[in-house]
Design a protein around this ligand. Structure first.
Ligand SMILES: Cc1ncc(COP(=O)(O)O)c(C=O)c1O
Length: 393
């Protein structure tokens, strides 16, 4: 706890932001002890073998691996990212001037938001949404404007988004597939969002951290693939979830060269470059067999189905929208009127299960809990067994 004396010295920017409950709940759980987790979004898989082998090989034979890379990232990695964007999404980005390798998607988001948000600028985002987007906008002294999603399917409410635009609106930050709801916004709705951005001259930061993790439906089309929106979209991507590389801290950002020139200044001032060994891992991920990422996606699909079956068995206690992507589900709890933070803490202390209170993701998340099904089937089953026993003693 910070002393009153030091509190006065903390900048207003930092004083007003918070560590998200996603990271706080495991800290509380570590004190409680013996908990299982439906909390933080960490795929349980080990780093794929061909990736660790490539890094080990480079560590033994390549002196450059222990040094800074170019600030924009290893040229070979940027070229591979550009090829991947072209192959998978039909997006043309110049690897020299339009792709930046970052310290996870998180650094990419911070760099983009600090570059684009002026004090007092309004930033539209759906509610509920990824908590760190809100903190990042506050850090830039912007004003997050939360626009509730449709509750029946967690879809975009385009009319409400349009109504929320004011002369101070500069930016939309959107995450598709969505953390925390697991919803995948339709291509038609995303197109309409792109058109809204054009109409009002807004930039869209498109957080595509989970873009390849979808179930039963095609992967969403990035807005940057449409030439009309290309200049208006800054895309953020991550190796963390698709390749189970959360601890390696590597992601990327793609944007037109104009934006990139400015974003680079923030990247230079904050990180210099992404860790070189992690970039080697990322390159191996992109060049290696695609089957490993596909096998993990299929496994997550099974876990999604397991989670839904367990929730169906608790239909008197939870209602939910079936997730189509990412690895989250955000059920409404029907057994209590207490705030979600209290409910999540009660479940943590009494059932020893980590869940994330919905309020963390914006007011529209209140009354809900977020469950991650990144853990393996044994962990998911154990967590639901405990919750079930707690609900039906
Ligand atoms: C929506 C979203 N964006 C960005 C991130 C950050 O990912 P990374 O590990 O690439 O920094 C996360 C991590 O959970 C996320 O859920």
């Amino acid at each position: 706890m910070i002393s009153d004396k030091n509190k006065k010295r903390v900048s207003k920017r930092v004083g007003q932001i918070e560590i998200s409950a996603t990271k706080e709940m495991p800290i509380v759980a570590a004190k409680v002890g013996g908990c299982v987790s439906l909390g933080q979004g960490i795929p349980s898989f080990a780093t794929p073998k061909h990736i660790t082998e490539a890094v080990c090989h480079a560590l033994q034979g390549d002196a450059a691996i222990g040094k800074y890379s170019l600030q924009t990232g290893m040229p070979e990695l940027r070229r591979e990212i550009a090829r991947t964007l072209k192959r998978e999404q039909g997006i043309d980005r110049d690897p020299e001037s339009e792709i930046l390798v970052t310290v996870g998607g998180m650094e990419a988001l911070v760099c983009a938001i600090l570059t684009l948000v002026e004090r007092g600028d309004e930033v539209l985002m759906p509610s509920p949404t990824y908590a760190s987007h809100v903190e990042q906008v506050l850090l830039a002294e912007g004003v997050p404007v939360m626009v509730p999603l449709r509750t029946e399917d967690w879809g975009l409410d385009l009319e409400a988004l349009d109504r929320a635009v004011t002369p101070r609106t500069r930016l939309v930050v959107i995450c598709n597939p969505s953390n925390p709801t697991g919803a995948v916004f339709s291509d038609a709705d995303m197109q309409a969002l792109g058109e809204l951005a054009l109409r009002h001259n807004l930039i869209i930061i498109s957080d595509e951290t989970y873009d390849s993790i979808v179930f039963d439906i095609p992967r969403p089309r990035s807005l940057a693939a449409d030439p009309r929106f290309r200049e208006h979209v800054i895309s953020v991507a991550s190796f963390s979830k698709k390749y189970a590389l959360t601890g390696w801290r590597v992601g990327w950002l793609s944007a037109s060269a104009d934006w990139m020139e400015q974003i680079m200044k923030v990247h230079d001032a904050s990180a210099i470059c992404a860790p070189t060994p992690a970039q080697v891992a990322a390159l191996a991920a992109l060049q290696g067999p695609s089957e490993c990422a596909e096998a993990m996606r299929l496994e997550l699909h099974k876990r999604r189905d397991l989670c839904c079956r367990r929730l169906d068995d608790l239909a008197d206690f939870f209602s939910y929208v079936k997730p189509q992507g990412a690895f989250y589900v955000m059920p409404r709890y029907l057994f209590s009127n207490a705030p979600s933070k209290d409910v999540a803490l009660q479940i943590l202390h009494e059932a020893r299960v980590i869940t994330i209170p919905g309020c963390t993701f914006g007011a529209a998340g209140e009354g809900h809990l977020r469950f991650s099904f990144g853990g393996d089937e044994a962990e998911i089953n154990e967590a639901f067994d405990r919750i079930e026993k707690w609900l039906k003693p």
